[in-house]
Design a protein around this ligand. Structure first.
Ligand code: NAP
Length: 242
């Protein structure tokens, strides 16, 4: 059976992606790091709609935790494989570079970019062997154009975008596609302290996006219909970058 793994599937964009992938028929592994209550609620909602979901706790910044969780899952599911990987887990630690603490730089790079590396490296081989796979990473407009106060976050997301393009070329012949989505402002816990009234004036669509809108795009890229799209970064930002 083909499973889907959503890192950071307990809240926000990841929770919406987990629910949409389940609606598309995938049993979903909901990864989280601290909010087991939120992950359980996503599982409950998926099951209420007739879908299947399991929780898989690990810190995407910790290679040992990733190995333990994924090796354990693989050993207990000999007939199955993770065919869809959504690299979504993330944090923000904003601040001007001149005053940025080491931890704010390294935590953001470790969670986003090194998390992409460790989780994707583990799961790309089974996808290539089975000759079907989808890797979709949630990047950001910040990784395309750069945002002041986000050198750490822009570097991490820009790194994911470049890695996406390179990895897509490595596995294209194996029918594995590798893409990224780059949202602008999306209404989640991550953006709840931002001043929406001021910011929405800068967005041509006049509003923040919803997690469900991003989830629909990720679900399409994860489907059979998107087999000829690879190495791409699809922007979803209400016209913010045109
Ligand atoms: P969110 O609501 O704050 O949710 C973050 C999710 O990531 C939670 O499920 C959290 O798990 C998980 N997470 C955080 N650190 C983790 C770690 N070390 N290991 C495993 N999971 C971890 O954020 P969001 O807005 O949905 O963001 C999701 C992704 O979209 C991020 O990559 C973010 O950079 C990107 N993005 C967001 C926006 C936006 O405007 N919101 C725009 C562009 C890109 P717990 O629940 O266990 O804490």
């Amino acid at each position: 059976m083909k499973y889907a793994l959503v890192t950071g599937g307990s809240r926000g964009i990841g929770a919406a992606i987990a629910k949409e992938l389940a609606r598309n028929g995938y049993p979903v592994l909901i990864n989280f790091v601290s909010r087991e209550d939120a992950a359980l609620e996503v599982k409950r909602e998926i099951e209420a709609e007739g879908g299947k979901a399991e929780l898989l706790k690990f810190n995407v910044a910790d290679p040992k935790e990733i190995d333990a969780a994924l090796d354990g899952w693989i050993a207990s599911h000999p007939e199955d494989y993770i065919a869809v990987l959504v690299n979504n887990a993330g944090i923000r630690r904003d601040g001007l570079l001149m005053w940025m603490e080491d931890a704010d730089w390294y935590d953001v790079i470790n969670i986003h970019l090194n998390g992409f590396f460790h989780v994707t490296r583990k799961l790309i081989t089974p996808m290539a062997k089975k000759k079907w796979g989808r890797v979709v990473s949630v990047a950001s407009l910040s990784g395309i154009k750069g945002m002041p106060g986000q050198t750490n976050y822009s570097a991490a997301k820009g790194g994911i975008i470049a890695a996406t393009k390179a990895l897509a070329l490595e596995v294209a012949k194996r029918k594995v596609t590798v893409n990224a989505v780059a949202p602008g402002f999306v209404e989640t816990d991550m953006t709840k302290e931002l001043d929406q009234n001021t910011l929405r004036e800068t967005i041509p669509a006049g509003r923040f996006g919803t997690a469900e809108e991003v989830a629909d795009l990720v679900a399409f890229l994860s489907s059979d219909k998107a087999a000829y799209i690879t190495g791409q970064v699809i922007e979803i930002n209400g016209g913010l970058n045109t």
